[in-house]
Design a protein around this ligand. Structure first.
Ligand code: WT7
Length: 648
């Protein structure tokens, strides 16, 4: 592998933390050094002390860490509740009447929930779950817009010990059905519809279609959001407000074991069905709590806004669990960044006087495209810290973010992590680290990464290789739901269980900064979200006129990577623009709008190795309009390649 990953980026600009920032930061350089070394040498001691001081336990744990990676358990004989960490524990402090969630809907409606109000709602909805027959350990699907009730539903699940599985509102009925079936969900919580660019996303209708194919689901709770017409099936579907009217507000937290499953979140793998990444309670909550405090430098006075959707891990850890566990004020916005115009985010920053702002490179590229005149119309001087996540950020986008949004005053934390890691792993600490555009810099305390070759040998500085983690950490995934063998196989088998393999290529420079170069397998990163090329291929092949499909990513100005599909039709003469449109629509229906192909190219055949493996590297070159320099000696039929090029 090492010889396959080329370093093309050289970046010398460096931005030390502004002295005023460093002075007030939650972590100083000395503390970072000390914590990092301690956590490396004595992970049990380091995390054990933090778990005792930073989390509230109903039953204290006696053993911090047990078992070898990949089956390490954390705080296993302790009991706690994630909802208690996020809500109840603040009620005995002055934060009782502090804003927990500041929410704005796309049409401009607003709501603020204090910790006390959040508690009231969550307790009532927990009572609703009880009355619907939900038991600890049951799986519940949430398919909702970005409204406060989504956070309420998550926390209520945690309160009663049910495991939530949140599905991003952009996914289709088939994707919901697959996930319902995999998790054997009993209950779906949804809304009539959600707002997106002034249009209604028909969430309930999608759920209805999914339920034809997911028999485990017995009941559906429907929140009224837009007022859209929906069909309510008697004895199966219930309105949120009807149930809440009858609920009582005194439901206590169920005491769950630290290793009790908190949530499943589905993410793409390179082959087969999506992977149900499972996170547990104690370790995840400790990771979410500490990384939020270290990386975002949260202060009680801060207004903090992460623009992600709660349907992704970023929203789980850094809109809900991390900020609320810290007693912070977290902003939630329902809609699109360009509705009613391209200034919406900056309008929100000004209106709520946001201090800490966390978004994705794909969004930043869109802001750049829309032009500086949008942020320039607003007062962004409240901002003191900026963050990014989801994919490598191009240095020029970083510089724009620094200059135009940060006014050259705000440190930028480029945070590398994954659904599987539960929380941020590599990131600058804003009062400690000199940042470099394009680098996620250094590991957080408790994170001990390495760059290795295919054989697991550690590589020297500036050699591109595979990014691995050499020590377990509390907030790592515990398994892939229902498929522990696959879990071991995907993340640990490559290096005989010794390392966690993240699937990313990276290098470390001579100063110890990490530069992530992207995924090494067949997963593409579209707008900061992993999509499996394999799933898009399956969707295409399920179309009756398609014989074969090969899907690759190509560099895309806004999305990071776009989706290019090479399609062989059963009847070559069917190739037409209408067919292209039909196939795009087909993928959209099968997977969701996120997976809509950017390009469909008809091909008489796709290049394959003699063993029948599609040579994606060649297709990637073609999709990107590059000459293929690489090795083609394993190619079965050379003429295929020449034909594909002619067709461009
Ligand atoms: C993959 C994880 C973590 C929440 C969002 C995506 C890429 C993520 C960075 C970054 C370079 C990054 C990696 C990673 N990635 N953040 N700061 N720099 N690459 O979660 O869907 O689990 O995807 O996103 O390739 O493996 P995810």
């Amino acid at each position: 592998m090492s010889q396959n990953i080329e370093t093309v980026l050289t970046e010398d600009r460096s931005f030390p933390p502004p002295p005023e920032f460093a002075e007030q930061a939650n972590v100083t350089p000395e503390q970072y050094q000390q914590m990092w070394q301690r956590a490396k040498d004595d992970p049990a001691g380091f995390w054990g002390e933090l778990a005792k001081s930073e989390l509230d336990w109903f039953k204290p744990f006696t053993e911090t860490m047990s078992g070898e990676m990949p089956n390490t358990k954390w705080f296993a004989d302790g009991q706690l509740n994630a909802c208690y960490q996020c809500v109840d524990r603040h009620l005995t402090t002055w934060r009782k009447n502090k804003a927990a969630i500041v929410w704005e809907g796309e049409p401009g409606d607003t709501r603020t929930l204090t910790y006390q109000q959040l508690h009231h709602e969550v307790c009532k909805f927990a009572d609703v779950l009880d009355k619907l027959g939900v038991q600890a350990g049951d799986r519940i699907t949430l398919y909702m817009p970005m409204v406060p009730e989504l956070a309420v539903a998550m926390l209520a699940c945690a309160r009663v010990g049910a495991t939530h599985s949140i599905i991003f509102g952009g996914f289709s009925a088939d994707a919901i059905a697959d996930r319902n079936n995999d998790a054997q969900s009993k209950l779906v919580i949804t809304a009539d519809a959600g707002w997106r660019r002034g249009k209604e996303i028909p969430l309930k209708a999608n759920v209805d279609a999914a339920l034809d194919k997911s028999p485990s689901v017995e009941k559906v709770v429907v929140l009224r959001r837009t007022g859209a017409d929906v069909t309510m099936v008697p004895d199966r579907d219930f309105w949120w407000h009807d149930l809440m009217d009858k609920a009582t507000p005194d439901r206590e937290c169920t005491h769950v074991d630290a290793e009790h499953p908190l949530f499943i979140l589905y993410t793409s793998g390179s082959t087969g069905k999506p992977k149900g990444v499972l996170h547990t309670t104690g370790g995840y909550m400790l990771g979410a709590t500490m990384t939020t405090r270290w990386v975002f430098d949260l202060k009680d006075e801060d207004t903090y806004w992460c623009t992600a959707d709660i349907g992704w891990i970023t929203g789980h850890s850094y809109i809900v669990y991390g900020p609320l566990s810290n007693g912070a004020t977290t902003v939630m916005y329902e809609g699109a960044p360009n509705w009613p115009d391209e200034g919406r985010f900056w309008n929100l920053v000004e209106k709520y006087s946001v201090n800490v702002f966390y978004t994705a490179p794909t969004a930043i590229r869109a802001f750049i495209k829309w032009g500086d005149q949008w942020p320039e119309q607003y007062d962004l001087s409240s901002l003191r810290l900026l963050g990014t996540v989801g994919e490598p950020i191009n240095p020029e986008a970083w510089m724009w973010y620094h200059r135009v949004i940060g006014g050259e005053q705000c440190p930028i934390v480029d945070t590398w992590w994954q659904t599987e890691t539960g929380g941020i792993m590599l990131s600058p600490l804003p009062g400690v680290t000199a940042t470099k555009p394009g680098s996620c810099t250094t590991p957080l305390p408790g994170v001990v990464p390495a760059i290795v070759d295919e054989q697991g040998n550690e590589l020297d500085a500036n050699q591109g290789g595979l990014l691995v983690m050499t020590q377990p950490w509390p907030h790592m995934l515990r398994t892939l739901y229902g498929d522990h063998d696959r879990f071991v196989d995907v993340y640990f088998a490559k290096f005989d269980g010794k390392y966690y393999f993240a699937g990313d290529g990276a290098r470390r420079d001579e100063e110890g900064n990490y530069w992530v170069m992207g995924r090494v397998d067949d997963v593409i990163n579209v707008s900061g979200h992993r999509l499996s090329t394999m799933e898009v291929e399956s969707a295409l092949v399920s179309h009756e006129q398609v014989a074969e499909a090969a899907v690759v990513g190509f560099p895309h100005e806004l999305k990071g990577e776009g989706i290019c599909c090479f399609v062989t039709l059963k009847t070559e003469s069917d190739a037409s623009d209408e067919m292209k449109a039909a196939l795009k629509q087909h993928v959209r229906t099968q997977i969701g709008a996120l997976a809509t192909p950017d390009q469909i190219r008809f091909a008489a055949a796709v290049p394959k190795t003699r063993s029948g493996k599609i040579m994606r590297r060649l297709l990637r070159d073609i999709a990107a309009g590059r000459e293929s320099a690489g090795d083609t000696t394993t190619l079965e039929d050379y003429t295929v390649l020449a034909k594909l090029r002619e067709d461009e």
